[in-house]
Design a protein around this ligand. Sequence first.
Ligand code: AHR
Length: 522
Amino acid sequence: MRHTKKIFIFNMIFIFAVFSAPSASQGESQKTATLIINADQDSFKISKHIYGHFSEHLGRCIYRGYWVGKESSIKNTRGIRDDIVSALRKISVPVLRWPGGCFADEYHWKDGIGPLSKRPALVNTHWGGVTENNHFGTHEFLDLCQQIGCEPYICGNVGVGTVKEMKEWVEYITLEGQSPMANLRRENGKDNPWALKFFGIGNENWGCGGNMRPEFYADIYLRFQTYVRNYSKNKIYKIACGSYGENYTWTEVLMKRAGRSMNGLSFHYYTVAGGWGNKNSATEFGEKEWFDTLDKALFIDELITKHSTIMDRYDPEKKVGMIVDEWGTWYEVEPGTNPAFLYQQNTLRDAIVAGTTFNIFNRHGERVKMANLAQTINVLQALILTKDEQMIVTPTYHVFDLYKVHRNAVFLPMDMDSPDYTFEDKSITQISSPASKNSKGEIHISFCNLSPKEPVLVTCHIRGINAETVTGKILTSDDMTAHNTFQQPDKVKIQNFDDAAMENNTLKLGLPAKSVVVFKIK
Ligand code: AHR
């Protein structure tokens, strides 16, 4: 789809058709939004790591997800599924966090090296008490990252681990010369070290990672991080365990006591509409649950703002990155599945949550340097679902595909006048939209329409460019619960979006209800 300035006459017929369509708001006036994008105002670069992922030894994420073993009839490379690797390569995954999560604070890395037959089988105490055979360990994870082409982010064991164990893990992976750990790595078939940049010192140490007070963890952090060394040419970016939700005290104490000894401070937030005791179904919901989910997802904006304000006090130059290394929707598990496996379906609603959340991360890009969706395969807001040899991608996967254009691009400041999306007595913004400019000078603008019923006529003035062409892609469906299944894998997929026009550096479009749209303008 391509419109040139010359040949395109703004399609009034389309606009009439879209905005005269029956909707819940019949009788109300047609909704409009106006944006001014300042393409000539340089700001900050959006970190590509904001589009990162998280994979834990939980349910069917690692085993029966990535890992099928070399002997499997499913096509694999050294035990790792080829179809999954190629799906993740397609969206250019920038970074992958592993092995947990709660699992990380009970994981002993030495159990996961050497011949598979000699690795001990253990109980995964956090996630269903199932057998963990340790067949997927350090070598397999780093091989996976190399196959995908992403950076590894390893989370170390503070909960039941020792300083020595953590120190030796980093030495095993990264030391080039002679040392007991480097030599052990060589015995296990890897002569040269791997590059490892991101290393987390514990996970949720206020909870599953040891139920610590922030003061206690800050001291522990300072001790552990001392021995997370830079060997050879490797340079580690140290990430301290951060807060969850509204626990501002944790951020305050960590920044005050240890802010100068960290590169990143993590932060977790899950969208749990209905609350932990009354979670929503992933696929069976009405507009109330749709609204509540988006309302809860948008709350991350306020959380990031408030945690950032605290960080600013101790680190006004924004040297410490906020690392949102767990986020996403959390529903009831699919009926009939193991509750400890956290397996849930993924609908268009999740796609809108993803797009809206990315918009928030992009806007906070001066502080937010990484984010990792929980979790890549078969767990929580997954990108990929598997059933034996079958594999499908979810609507959330498609949003990562659409939004990859913003990675490493310059964030463009904008003013937006968005209508509200109101349900019963509550209102949220109806449109969320970031824009960025890449190194080729191309501009990308994304739009999420949060309303499941009402389209919006959007007028977007772009200052500081001389635009020639616009192309667009859309993710939407007639049904707000639409999702991909093993029977219908392409029910929700990316399509070309033709119903927009560019004239005199003004983009006009009819933004359909419940949609994610991305435009390229050059
Ligand atoms: O992602 C599932 C779990 O949620 C993680 O293991 C933990 O860190 C968080 O509470």
